[in-house]
Design a protein around this ligand. Sequence first.
Ligand SMILES: Nc1ncnc2c1ncn2[C@@H]1O[C@H](COP(=O)(O)OP(=O)(O)O)[C@@H](O)[C@H]1O
Ligand SMILES: [Mg+2]
Length: 179
Amino acid sequence: MAIIEVPWIQLPKPKENYELLKNGKKGVVFKLSQQYVGKILYKMKGEDYWLRDDNAAIEELAYEENINKILYEACIGNVPKPMGIEKLGIYGKTYPVFIMEYIKNLPHGDALLTPYDQYIAESLVKKEAYQTAGIDLFPGKDYLHPWNYFYDKDKGIVRLIDFGRWTMGDVLISPYDTE
Ligand SMILES: Nc1ncnc2c1ncn2[C@@H]1O[C@H](COP(=O)(O)OP(=O)(O)O)[C@@H](O)[C@H]1O
Ligand SMILES: [Mg+2]
């Protein structure tokens, strides 16, 4: 049984066997199987934190999933295959979770050995991101954050993740940035 534990979040022992991968500022990402991960949103105030099950959380995840899907279908960014929004039960409660392909065994931008590799990876991220103007999508201000992409050096590609702060069409501010 996996214990879900991250530096600033201590969750009680989960009943389920989900392994926590890493968390960003908004989301906690769990490994659900060899193929899939799930992203749940959380909030924290001071020492306090909680996983979100409010309607706004569902909307934010659906917003992110939609952008992920558009990118996936446009073959831009080598993004994870989006699977959908489901309810996931943890500690007797259910939480909305965005299920997507698990991107395995690739380093994030800040885990690259040489500055040259980092430079190449970042250039590839920009190259992918700039294509999105053609489909009326705009990268979020954190798109170049090294935790928001993986670098596959062998294939010479980057794989972008985390689209909560991206915008599209007439939506100038994403729901993630409106609070
Ligand atoms: N599809 C994925 N496959 C593997 N790891 C992932 C995937 N999606 C997210 N992660 C991991 O979880 C972390 C947090 O996810 P992210 O979507 O960036 O959340 P946040 O919105 O909080 O920044 C990422 O930096 C990455 O390490
Ligand atoms: Mg992130």
